[in-house]
Design a binder for this molecule. Structure first.
Ligand SMILES: [Zn+2]
Ligand SMILES: [Zn+2]
Length: 285
């Protein structure tokens, strides 16, 4: 099986766990080390069992817990060379870096991972495809603009985890954010709006492979799960596409598990019941 759990999602901190029966990969460590340990324990995963930590980009809401979390762990950190450079001053205790590149697939345990470039105001941000037994999870965090590379890469996934940061009208009308910040958020190197995600999902779901969309990194002030979900569902129905599940990852709570691939009927039943023996999982729609 290939599954994932969001441990936290939003500007206050992002981290997710992608896993199989044998392999546990943490994606980003943007919540405190203490919270990371608590949340991993809650879902039944011992931090010592992690096989790798994968970093999408260096921004604090994706890396602020990394240094302390890694101090006592012997776990490799996977990121590209310039991201490592920008993190190395803060993450001095981590000695096990694995440098990765876009388009050069690598394995962590029984998961094959391939990175691809995304547009965002970080030094070299990446999205990832996680694959097991031909089933694919597309994982995209902060991104300001959907490129053709991104669209064609994601057109082959079964499940997509992607940020839907803001509703355009709510951002425009927000009185607390200065104009310059709004410009940054809405720019090609900022974040994705619900509308941009809806267009992307509408175009990639046409191929018939996409089963599930998990919306992430929702702004607390300029978006809501109801608005984001409705916009994506509308885009799908306008294209006559049905059967794609749309879910929003919660900000401070664990969300999932979301199963991407399952070769074992028993595991599938566990998932349906939302009752994993190792920990308490939250299933919601
Ligand atoms: Zn960012
Ligand atoms: Zn972020």
């Amino acid at each position: 099986m290939l599954s994932f759990i969001s441990l936290g999602s939003g500007s206050s901190g992002n981290s997710a766990l992608v896993y199989t029966e044998k392999t546990f990969v943490l994606v980003d460590a943007g919540i405190s080390a203490k919270q990371l340990r608590i949340k991993l324990k809650d879902v039944g995963v011992d931090p010592d069992k992690l096989d790798g930590i994968l970093i999408t980009h260096e921004h604090g809401d994706h890396t602020k817990g990394l240094e302390v979390f890694c101090r006592k762990l012997d776990v490799p950190i996977y990121c590209n060379a310039v991201t490592r450079e920008s993190l190395s001053s803060n993450v001095s205790s981590a000695e096990i870096w694995r440098i990765i590149e876009c388009g050069d697939p690598f394995s962590v345990g029984d998961i094959v991972i391939n990175g691809f470039p995304v547009m965002h105001d970080a030094v070299d941000p990446m999205g990832f495809i996680f694959e097991k037994n031909g089933k694919k999870l597309g994982f995209v965090s902060d991104v300001g603009h959907v490129t053709e590379v991104m669209k064609s890469t994601l057109s082959l996934v079964d499940t997509i985890f992607i940020e839907a940061n803001y509703d355009e009208t709510l951002l425009q009308n927000d009185e607390r954010r200065p104009w310059s910040l709004k410009q940054r958020i809405a720019s090609r190197h900022g974040h994705l709006s619900n509308k941009q995600v809806a267009e992307l999902v509408g175009s990639i779901a046409g191929g018939g492979m996409l089963q599930r969309v998990v919306l992430a990194h929702l702004s607390a002030d300029c978006n809501s799960p109801e608005i984001a979900k409705a916009e994506i569902i509308l885009a799908l129905s306008m294209k006559g596409i049905s059967g794609v599940e749309v879910i929003c990852a919660k900000r401070d709570q664990v969300s999932g598990p979301f199963m991407v691939e399952c070769s074992d009927e028993k595991d599938a039943q566990f998932y349906e019941g939302g009752d994993y023996s190792q920990g308490e999982f939250i299933l919601f729609d």
